[in-house]
Design a protein around this ligand. Sequence first.
Ligand code: B12
Ligand SMILES: *[C@@H]1O[C@H](CO)[C@@H](O)[C@H](O)[C@H]1NC(C)=O
Ligand SMILES: *[C@@H]1O[C@H](CO)[C@@H](O)[C@H](O)[C@H]1NC(C)=O
Length: 425
Amino acid sequence: MLGVAFTTGVLLALVGGTDAHRCVAPGSLVSKMLGQLDRSVSDTKPPNPSVLLAMNLAGGSGSSANQLLLRLIQEEAVKKARGRMTSGQVALLVLALLSSCKNPQQVQALGQSINLVHVLQQKTDEEVASLETVGVPSTTLFSVSLDALALCLVRAGGYESAAVALARQVLDPKKTIDVDTRAMAVQALVCAYGHADLQSVQDLLWKAVSGVTNDLLDEQERRGGLIGNIYSMGVALQALETSSKFYAPRQWDCEQAFDVVYRHDYQQPMAIAQVLPALVDKPYLQAASVNCDASTTASPDQGFSPPPSLETTKEHEAATIEVHYCILNTLIGKHFNNCTSVEVPAGSVLLKVLEAAEKKEPDTFSFKTEETFWGPMVVSIHGLAANPQDRTYWEFLSGEDALEEGVGTYKPHNMEHILANFTTY
Ligand code: B12
Ligand SMILES: *[C@@H]1O[C@H](CO)[C@@H](O)[C@H](O)[C@H]1NC(C)=O
Ligand SMILES: *[C@@H]1O[C@H](CO)[C@@H](O)[C@H](O)[C@H]1NC(C)=O
């Protein structure tokens, strides 16, 4: 017994992990989530590469939903990757295909073929050029992180300049970068660190990763396990799982962080797709190391139910609630600030409030949404449209606090004050 324990310890030390142990979620929760991902797949919806990636990392590559999704992703790649897709969207396709043991340099579907790595290199070069000239990427730093990670995993040129630019961004004290983005950057930088030859590059990457991960650990300690919000946990845990040598000898209390995740019942496939890889200790960094022969199709749904939430659902809830809703633009063009109050059925999502306001005063509260993998995104209100080039968007707040969910998920309570504010990121 002692001998076995000793050998395992030595082995772990040799592989680079200095951790005493690692956290892995109960099989029942993993099966439940794999089942949720399986059921989210449909050939009438845009295929979500993050879902395919998560399934494969979590050992769910044997299901028919997985096979269907893989085919749809390959078709999507040949149809759309060269065109309007952003760099990050192409990077997610590359990661998804790698995790399905497909060669992203030669994707075949619908009688066509495409080299996704080549497309990704071009789109990443544009991001890096923008970062170097105007100090911001053409899309988001989250996307650039996915780009650098995907290129690094396939050992394609271009990832190093992206990683260096990312490291400079996260080390810049003048920039306030959200937790999710810094966490996603960690995986890209850890991969690049492993392949960097220049000492100066290594030093920069080391400094960036240890800086970010120590901040993540500080935040976890301060907030009883929570890092960012509940939807940041997936990427934050993935970051900490890949970087133990960068915060050593400090230890990570992974149980505390996992407990925060266990207490939440994730429903959105996109949220599950970010959290599930972390729960099985298979972060995105391992997308190219999936063993595609040994898919253990976990039997779906052994009925894992999260511990009951502390908020007891009120028995005699009013059938309708009243919500105050304001729209504010002080940023460009003709400024406006208009408010209304609407009634919607209790338990409605915020989208219902926007619809009720539009119905009541169509000239003021008209709005448009666009479907994304996180649900409907509000892209325009009162004729004023968000513009990625200007980095403008409609931000939603409850009182002073930014919402942590979008209008398709967030459920306002009675007498809540919701503000949509036109602002920049
Ligand atoms: C960058 C980013 C943004 C940028 C997107 C800029 C752009 N043009 O790409 C901006 C600042 C606009 C943004 C806005 C919001 N975001 Co945001 N965003 C992110 C972040 C950090 C990375 C997304 C990304 O680049 N992905 C990579 C690319 C390649 O994938 P993609 O599919 O092309 O990305 C698109 C979607 O992510 C979409 N998007 C981004 N955020 C959100 C949020 C919602 C609710 C929807 C429907 C879509 C959406 O915009 C991207 C471009 O089209 C994620 C973090 C994460 N963990 O994923 C949070 C995240 C997705 N956002 C979140 C939230 C809450 C919001 C807001 C609702 C915040 C607010 N209080 O207003 C708003 C959306 C409001 C609206 N108008 O409907 C949450 C969603 C949680 C949930 N369960 O729904 C996340 C997970 C962050 C978090 N941990 O809280 N976001
Ligand atoms: C909306 O607000 C603007 C100024 O903020 C005002 O001029 C306009 O009359 C308001 N519209 C309505 C319908 O109240
Ligand atoms: C709304 O956005 C503007 C422009 O970015 C900003 O100056 C203002 O502080 C924001 N207001 C609120 C209440 O968030």
